[in-house]
Ligand binder design. Structure first.
Ligand SMILES: [Zn+2]
Length: 233
């Protein structure tokens, strides 16, 4: 037994249903005496809709409940409203389905063909060999190793100077040797290759004007920075 039929089978509902039908028959047969004039069509439509804006103390409700003309109109309107409510519910449900379907299509398309963002700029592979940089030759330090990098997105592999320790290194491009004007930087853990340590980092040098700069390496553990003259071309 469905919920609705169980609901309707309650004795008080059966009595109420019978009273309603009996009353309707009496009204339609002209056995009741309505008070006042017939309300307008919009009021009857609201009443048929069970509008919450109508109070049952409204004298027009009392009139319509006892007027054969108004009762007939209400009985005509009620199925129409029921059908319309059903249609509205179905339309709303269909609209929801459409939204879901459109969303699914968009997700499917998005997944199959992701929107294009900024075109990938291929990073230029550059190796900077600092193996012999800064080593002492006799009492004279060798001239500072000068480094050249292109003004592009660069994947820079730095071969660290001889005797460099393992661990993490910060690499920076600065305007001067104070290191205050940081233009590009990255950090990575040095990878040992034989007795050499190499650090690979991505540096975005696209906004740099060609000219003289400094490349620094800082061992993150001992915070010792080494600066190398850098030419951006
Ligand atoms: Zn009436």
């Amino acid at each position: 037994m469905s919920l609705r039929s169980r609901w309707l089978s309650r004795p008080e509902d059966r009595v109420e249903g019978w009273l309603t039908r009996h009353h309707q028959e009496r009204v339609l047969a002209g056995e009741t005496k309505p008070v006042g004039p017939c309300p307008d069509e919009s009021f009857l439509q609201s009443l048929a809709r069970h509008s919450n804006q109508i109070a049952f103390t409204d004298p027009r409700v009392g009139h319509a409940a006892n007027c054969p003309i108004c009762m007939r109109r209400l009985l005509e309107l009620r199925p129409a409203y029921k059908a319309r409510r059903r249609r509205m519910v179905l339309t709303a449900a269909a609209a929801c389905c459409c939204v879901i379907v459109v969303a699914l299509i968009l997700v499917a398309r998005h997944g199959a063909n992701p929107p294009r963002t900024v075109p990938d700029v291929a990073a230029v592979q550059v190796t900077v060999d600092l193996w012999n940089a800064g080593t002492l030759r006799g009492d004279q330090p060798s001239p500072l190793k000068s480094v050249t990098l292109p003004a592009t997105l660069a994947k820079v592999t730095i071969i660290l100077p001889r005797y460099s320790g393992s661990g993490r290194y910060a690499v920076a491009v600065t305007r001067d040797r104070t290191g205050n004007d940081l233009l590009a930087h990255g950090s990575a853990t040095a990878i040992g290759s034989g007795d050499r340590e190499e650090v690979s980092i991505d540096l975005d040098l696209r906004n740099l004007q060609p000219g003289s700069y400094f490349l620094s390496t800082t061992h993150e553990q001992d915070q010792a920075s080494y600066y190398y003259p850098l030419q951006i071309k």
